[in-house]
Ligand binder design. Sequence first.
Ligand code: INI
Length: 157
Amino acid sequence: MGKTFEGKFDSRGKKIAIVGSRFNDFFTSELVEGAKDCLRRHGVDESQIDTAWVPGGFEIPFAAKRFVSTGRYAAVICVGCIIQGDTPHFHYVSSEVTKGIAMVGMESNIPVVFGIVTAETLDQAIERSGTKAGNKGFDAALTALEMIDLCDVIDEG
Ligand code: INI
């Protein structure tokens, strides 16, 4: 019978990076706080959490890549908020952010987590930044914790 590998939510002692974008800061500051809250409440010491702020979602993959290339982190959590306006701009930005984060993740040996809110309305963004639909930053941090532990469990065989 083969083995089953699964991660727990315990990454004490590991360094974790967060990349947050300032665009739509009203929401992204809540997402970054949500991610930190999740990490702290799962035993990650504040001193182990590093945060980089970038201007907008488009810049997130680049900063995530820089964090990965230091070799210091067990995971990178990307949080941002892209809200639809009157032009197709939203589609271009969200598609590049999504592709970029996926690309960085596939090329790295650590989890790079997608915590980007893409919303058609301000209400949808509010709901995902700490109200009705939870906090996507918190959810992304939980995913990071599970994936970090899964990496360890797989490595141990
Ligand atoms: N960046 C966002 O993070 N969210 C948005 O909703 C957004 N919109 O809609 O324009 C946005 N644009 C800025 C973009 O991410 C870059 O920072 C900018 O184009 C400079 O490269």
